[in-house]
Design a protein around this ligand. Structure first.
Ligand code: 13P
Length: 256
């Protein structure tokens, strides 16, 4: 069975000292029971990854971590970029690719997203590939076909084995940071559509292995309902992941 993943996308928040503070709070709270039932990850800004890594490895914590982006390139004259080699050296488990904020503010196309996903995989980093529709698309009722088109294009060039290992995050843009959470049915509808698409394109077995997350205004108060969807395997959490009590409560969704 797929192990749920709760990943805190800190976005552009916290300097490295604040990052250490938050990870320490999480470390004091999470127990082996938590780690055994859920994969728990933090995704700090690049400037904090080294500090978080030192703390996690130094104290032997079972908390996972990763980056919010990764370069499509290996090395060279790409000012401002961070490569998979560098992130792998830091021990990153995950890289978010194609977050809607990067698609929107940094012009990331599905083609770039697929290159980034392959860059991550080539360094044994699990890409968390984000997809999801805008409000306009949702209101027109085209959310499933739109999202599946993004999935198809963002997975271009990935092998069946790759697809079994990746994480897909369905994040409807209209639900991000707005407080408007998709209903559990909305999340399940698209997650099951994605899983069916993978099963048809690859095999049922591969479809059963890929983890599919929901993201968008996830909080302790709505996570249990969202996780009740059989095809939803966890969440990508923005704002609520900056509050340790809230993030811990989300990770303990089974107890709600
Ligand atoms: P919020 O949880 O703040 O809505 O953000 C969701 C998100 O974009 C996670 O990647």
């Amino acid at each position: 069975m797929r192990k749920p993943l709760m990943a805190g996308n800190w976005k552009m928040n916290f300097n490295h000292l604040e990052a250490i503070h938050l990870v320490q709070k999480l470390a004091f709270t999470f127990t082996d029971d938590d780690y055994n039932t859920v994969d728990i990850a933090v995704l700090p800004p690049f400037t904090s990854i080294r500090s978080v890594e030192t703390l996690i490895h130094g104290d032997g914590l079972k908390l996972q971590f990763g980056s919010q982006d990764i370069s499509a390139f290996e090395s060279g004259a790409y000012t401002g970029e961070i490569s998979g080699v560098m992130l792998a050296k830091l021990g990153c488990h995950y890289s978010v690719v194609g977050h809607s904020e990067r698609r929107l503010f940094h012009g990331e196309t599905n083609e770039i997203v697929s290159k980034k996903a392959r860059a991550a995989l080539s360094h044994s980093i699990t890409p968390i590939i984000c997809v999801g529709e805008s409000l306009e698309v949702r209101e027109a009722g085209n959310h499933v076909s739109y999202t599946l088109d993004q999935v198809e294009k963002s997975l271009e060039g990935l092998s069946a084995e790759n697809v079994a290992a990746i994480v897909i995050a369905y994040e409807p843009v209209w639900a991000i940071g707005t407080g408007k959470v998709a209903t559990a049915q909305d999340a399940e509808e698209v997650a099951s559509g994605i899983r069916k698409w993978i099963s048809n394109r690859f095999t049922t077995k591969i479809g059963e292995q890929t983890r599919i997350l929901y993201g968008g205004s996830v909080k302790a108060s709505n996570i249990a309902e969202i996780m009740a969807g059989p095809n939803v395997d966890g969440a990508l959490i923005g704002g609520a992941s900056l509050d340790p009590d809230e993030f811990v409560a989300i990770c303990r969704f089974r107890l709600h």
